[in-house]
Write a protein that binds this ligand. Sequence first.
Ligand code: ADP
Length: 264
Amino acid sequence: QRQRVLALTRSTFEARAELLITQDISAAEQLNATRTAFVANVSHELRTPLTVINGFLETMADMPALPTEQQQQFIGLMQKEGQRMLNLLADLLTLSRLESHSLAAIETQPINLSALVGQLLQEAQTLSKGRHHISHQTVPDIWVEGIQTDLYSALSNLVFNAVRYTPEGGNIDLTLARGEDAQQQPVAVFSVRDSGPGIAAEHIPRLTERFYRVDAGRSRQSGGTGLGLAITKHALAEHQGTLDIQSEVGVGSTFSAIVPLKAV
Ligand code: ADP
């Protein structure tokens, strides 16, 4: 009887071990697949602007007598593509930095979110160039603990997306308020509501994946790298915060960053 029990226990143990190893392998495979896809995406994103730049350079080399006006036009287009690559590299560096550290290992500082939102409001107005109705509702003196540059990245991506995706004449509302999370802990809630195109429900869970875009053409045309919301998600997580996305096609979207008031 005892032997049978032992045998049984061992076989259960072996089965468990096998299951754990299988799970481990599939997790490793998954990670590998994600990495491969990421490298392929980055290569593609860099190759596109480089191909455009090379094309213009070849044309200019082949046609030395090209009118100055056309030369200027080509140079302008090449500069735009160069800027696109710089933006992509800046976002990639931000992402890898966010992934490689935790707040516990870094010196944090108190951040005045109200002041940060005031700054974002001005930047939204500059970027919009008067094409949108931008309103704001903020509460003074909301402080959180964290890293200023990372929180700026997290929140500015939401604001800039609203400006970039909302057609001319649309509304953009920035709101900063105090609230409570599900555990009744005090949080700061920063919401960006727009009257833009909205996003279909099936896309919403994937928006924070790197390079996931609903409309790739529109994203690239407006200078998007496809990494903005991935950065937002990571930077908020670094502050124990979360991102909430509500959207309805044809009505608009609301992106809310929720950050504990005592994050660290
Ligand atoms: P991108 O650089 O492409 O804007 P993001 O990660 O910031 O990358 O956003 C991912 C995608 O989410 C965008 O390509 C766009 O399709 C969608 N999106 C983000 N913000 C909005 C918004 N305010 N309104 C509509 N679509 C949005």
